[in-house]
Design a protein around this ligand. Structure first.
Ligand code: IMP
Length: 177
């Protein structure tokens, strides 16, 4: 069924069952890859809160989770815009970190944010995103776990918003033609 968010109409794209089935596979893969380790999942707010919760529930190895919000501010003229995080209290030294994102679009946000995480000397950093728009990628970002590769069209639902609304749907909708 179509939904309207603000002034735009969206059509069903990924059902709740498709999303949950894919998450089960991702969680199994991550649990296998990190066997014997104790990864720290870091969910990027706001968009990833539903995905991170559903993924984390299916992880079968000892793991912890924390959430951060990314804020961008204007640095010096040589550094341009700088993206930093708020809310992370853990010491990241020697931790195996899995970043949990809702969607990687141009890759700008994570490309600009990752150096500040690396500075804290974690053992490893991997990225897990529910959605990726490969056609939109403009920054050289290696994404390790991808739920769904999707076309370059705007989507809402399952945590993703259009101007603040639409996050509450349990399925994902794509912008109508
Ligand atoms: P990037 O820095 O271009 O990779 O942008 C990533 C962020 O843009 C995501 O975390 C979302 O907040 C937002 N975003 C990109 N595409 C969409 C979309 O189709 N729907 C909702 N939010 C999106």
């Amino acid at each position: 069924m179509k939904v309207t968010v603000h002034d735009k109409t969206f059509v069903p794209y990924l059902s709740s069952i498709e999303i949950q089935d894919r998450i089960a596979i991702l969680a199994k893969q991550i649990s296998q890859d990190y066997e014997g380790k104790q990864p720290l999942f870091i969910g990027i707010l706001n968009g990833s809160f539903i995905f991170a919760a559903d993924l984390f529930k299916q992880i079968s190895i000892p793991s912890s989770i924390s959430f951060i919000k990314l804020v961008s501010y204007k640095g010096t003229s040589s550094t341009g815009t700088v993206i930093t995080s708020i809310g992370l209290e853990e010491n990241l030294t020697d931790k195996d970190i899995i970043i949990v994102e809702d969607i990687v679009d141009t890759g700008k946000t994570l490309t600009e944010f990752l150096p500040s995480l690396s500075k804290q000397n974690p053992a490893s950093i991997k990225i897990c995103t529910l959605l990726q728009k490969p056609e939109a990628l403009q920054y050289p970002l290696d994404v390790d776990y991808v739920g769904f590769s999707i076309p370059n069209k705007f989507v809402v639902g399952y945590g993703l918003d259009y101007d603040g609304l639409g996050r509450n749907y349990s399925e994902i909708f794509q912008i109508g033609e």
